[in-house]
Design a protein around this ligand. Structure first.
Ligand code: ZN
Length: 80
């Protein structure tokens, strides 16, 4: 739990961090990535956090790298 500014409540509130797995199409690949979000304890609204957003996108990028690496390895094995 952490104190965050909620634009909905227009004040600092306690936020709960939740992890949910999201299906995100990224660069033409359907990816499933665990994303972290902060939710206001008082109104339940999602609170945007720049740091967390950056972290989430890094996760997506990592998953994309992992997937494409797997795919090219599979294609390599098929050819040889
Ligand atoms: Zn709120």
């Amino acid at each position: 739990m952490s104190l965050m500014y909620c634009p909905n409540c227009k004040k600092e509130t306690n936020a709960t961090r939740r992890i949910c797995v999201k299906a995100l199409p990224y660069k033409g690949l359907p990816l499933k990535v665990a994303q972290k979000y902060d939710y206001c304890d008082e109104c339940g609204e999602y609170i945007f956090d720049e740091e967390l957003d950056k972290e989430n996108w890094e996760k997506v990028e990592q998953e994309y790298q992992r997937r494409t690496k797997c795919d090219s390895l599979r294609q390599y094995l098929k050819r040889h």
